[in-house]
Design a protein around this ligand. Structure first.
Ligand SMILES: Nc1ncnc2c1ncn2[C@@H]1O[C@H](COP(=O)(O)OP(=O)(O)OP(=O)(O)O)[C@@H](O)[C@H]1O
Ligand SMILES: [Mg+2]
Length: 355
């Protein structure tokens, strides 16, 4: 990467027998909003703490702007950090909370005035500087935490689940705001979340973490539409899962036999005729079809979600499949329906331990 700002080289961190980070290598560009997504305990916070210098890796190196900072203390790395639980000082005003990192650098109140003004305007807190945290809404508190992370004009901002404590509406608004800050500042943000919707909304590139390893890194659309592993295929979106037998493999596609039905799917490494396969198909990639349908069944229920609906289709053999589509399709419960999907919209992987 030509404009690489952060580089992790084979970073490993163990806690006793737990591998919290296992040989993680990663590059983040100069102006990227990069999301680190993974289930609880997968090592996301561990990686951020290593980047920030709050923890030292057992092995590997951290480079910022081409400089090896692995042994530098946090305050010499030029990094801002925002945590999930805000960690505001209750007895300090908004201004004092925001200016705290500058005070730690030994700057006087007069010296910090310009920075304070700039960052208060950026995160829209102007006018609230003399309030105390208990006099603020959840969204305003989160803005104070963001302002504190940005006030020392870091070259990189780390955010660890910064919106997890906010309600849905506020989260949506703050997601847009954080994107705006990132664009205005033009510095990389590394955004940790276990919420896939948040990662997909915010990021340009992202990585999915699993048990201390980066399972897949890339453009968010590539991860969503072209998952490289079964874990990523199952983790992103809400896919339907079919476990069946591989009948044949041809030109990168596998034919799968599943409960008397047959369909084609993209074949990932390790599939061969006679093996068991797990196939993932995202619900929005399945369509209703009057002719040429791969599978037939009856509509059991329609769950209205606003901009779309989940149609629950009970196949003739009793299996249930979810189809996400426009909310106003005129299907009635009990109606016979056919469903189909394109071969390239399914991802088949070897079924672990079942071949
Ligand atoms: N200080 C510590 N001592 C011992 N084990 C730790 C420590 N910090 C983290 N771990 C372990 O390392 C693993 C990764 O933890 P980490 O906090 O990085 O996960 P996470 O992906 O941030 O999870 P969450 O989404 O729940 O915040 C977990 O198994 C955790 O129990
Ligand atoms: Mg965490």
């Amino acid at each position: 990467m030509s404009d690489c700002m952060l580089r992790l080289q084979s970073v490993t961190k163990r806690f006793g027998t737990t591998m919290a980070a296992e040989s993680v290598s990663l590059e983040v560009g100069q102006t990227e909003l990069f999301a680190l997504l993974g289930p609880s305990g997968s090592g996301k916070t561990t990686l951020l703490r290593i980047i920030a210098g709050l923890d030292a890796p057992d092995e590997g190196r951290v480079l910022i702007g081409g400089r090896d900072v692995t042994r530098l203390p946090p305050y010499r790395r030029g990094i801002g950090m925002v945590f999930q639980d805000f960690l505001l000082f209750p007895h300090k005003t908004v201004a004092e909370n925001i200016a705290f990192p500058l005070k730690m650098q030994g700057k006087s109140r007069a010296e910090t005035a310009d920075d304070l003004k700039w960052v208060s305007q950026l995160v829209r807190l102007t006018g609230l500087e003399e309030r105390y945290p208990h006099e603020l809404s959840g969204g305003q508190k989160q803005r104070v935490a963001l302002a504190r992370g940005l006030v020392s004009r870091p070259s990189l901002l780390l955010l660890d689940e910064p919106l997890a404590n906010l309600d849905r509406e506020l989260r949506k608004r703050m997601e847009v705001e954080i994107r705006r800050f990132q664009l205005e500042l033009g510095i990389p943000f590394i955004y940790v979340t276990h919420n896939q919707e948040e990662a997909l909304t915010m990021a340009s590139r992202m990585a999915v973490m699993r048990e201390g390893c980066l399972e897949q890194i890339g453009d968010k659309l590539a991860l969503y539409h072209r998952p490289a592993t079964a874990f990523v295929a199952a983790f992103l979106g809400s896919p339907n899962t079919f476990e069946g037998d591989v009948v044949g493999v041809e030109d990168g596609r596998a034919e799968i036999a599943w409960h008397g039905h047959r369909f084609w799917s993209r074949a990932h490494d390790g599939l061969a005729p006679g093996l068991r396969a797990v196939c993932y198909v995202k619900s929005e990639k399945i369509a209703f079809a009057s002719s040429g349908a791969a599978l037939a069944g009856r509509l059991r229920d329609t769950i209205f979600k606003g901009q779309y609906a989940d149609y629950l289709v009970c196949l003739d053999d009793g299996h249930e499949i979810t189809v996400s589509a426009a909310p106003d399709l005129c299907h009635r419960p009990g109606e016979a329906v056919g469903i189909t999907w394109a071969a390239d919209d399914g991802d088949a992987f070897p079924a672990v331990g079942k071949e």
